[in-house]
Write a protein that binds this ligand. Sequence first.
Ligand SMILES: NC(=O)c1ccc[n+]([C@@H]2O[C@H](COP(=O)([O-])OP(=O)(O)OC[C@H]3O[C@@H](n4cnc5c(N)ncnc54)[C@H](OP(=O)(O)O)[C@@H]3O)[C@@H](O)[C@H]2O)c1
Length: 347
Amino acid sequence: MQGVQTQHSSHYQLQRNNNTFQLQQVPSQQPALAADQVLIRVGAMSLNYRDLLILRNAGQDTVDGQIPLSDAAGTVIAIGSKVQRWQVGDRVAPNFFPQWQDGKYQTQHYSHGALGGANLAGVLAEHIVASEDAIVAIPAHLSLQEAAALPCAAVTAWHALFERGQLQAGETVLIQGTGGVALFALQLAAAQGAKVIITSSSDEKLARAKALGAWETINYRAQPNWDEVALALTGGMGVDHILELGGPETYARSINALASGGHIHQIGVLTGFGPTPNLWPLQFKNAHINGILVGSVAHFNALNAFLSQHQIRPVIDQEFAYAQASEAFDYLASAQHFGKIVINVQA
Ligand SMILES: NC(=O)c1ccc[n+]([C@@H]2O[C@H](COP(=O)([O-])OP(=O)(O)OC[C@H]3O[C@@H](n4cnc5c(N)ncnc54)[C@H](OP(=O)(O)O)[C@@H]3O)[C@@H](O)[C@H]2O)c1
């Protein structure tokens, strides 16, 4: 730690404001580094819909004083005495679940906690400390701002389509909306040679999705029966993979639009939590539901290899300065974005 200057460092914490929270910027303590930890100077962070749910206090009442956000990328500036894998100067990003390194998901990964949730401090800070086995090297072709977009949204899309779904070239994929998870899923699936149908409330966003490689597009406002449209687009066969991001208002249509033997990747809550749809039709389609919770360090590394191989760059809608973190949250809430919203620490 000798020679590392972090005394003017700061972080944001969640401060109770009636029934929700607001952001408060406060000075940070000089971090203490354990033998297996690294100190990271954060270059940028990105926002996810989850961060908005936490700020709005959707179910979590125990985050008062917590540092929010799960996604960041930065540079290692100090290492603990027993750290083997990393050197000062390495460009890294922390994994959403610090304890899920590899193998199958275990409930203990969730109970131990995710960055920026009730149990673990997040990354909306100028400096963060991480265990050496809970971070990944970021792809060489990406800036810190681009890499900060990856940890939650891109790993989730990768885990769903490639790890659980074993996506093959020529298969069809339906993606709901044009937010962070959605656009990573589009870019990854298109690079794999899959045929992507994407839905949006905006024709302008759909045109941009087409330019990113979408095969077909549906405006879900103009065509609320988008499931029937998707069935027609696939010649009545249905879609092989559906990224279920909407929840209660989209789930029944996702089941209707699914192909025999297809996969519903159950990920999102954009229209709320529950109620349970009628799952009976899935039996007659011999279909799968894959519950997805972000992913492991191994998933993140596999994603990064694929991004490097295909030279894929995250779609960043807008960058906000570190001092404007609250404005970044307001912009996320407005749902005007196409892709990711980034907070830039180093100008
Ligand atoms: N299970 C997990 O591990 C996991 C991980 C990451 C995210 N998630 C969840 O996945 C969802 C997406 O997260 P995100 O961070 O990518 O969100 P986001 O970037 O905030 O995406 C917002 C976009 O979703 C679209 N949308 C909203 N309502 C929709 C509807 N009824 N039908 C279709 N699209 C709709 C809109 O796109 P248009 O403007 O184009 O209409 C909106 O702009 C959230 O519910 C989040 O909590 C879960």
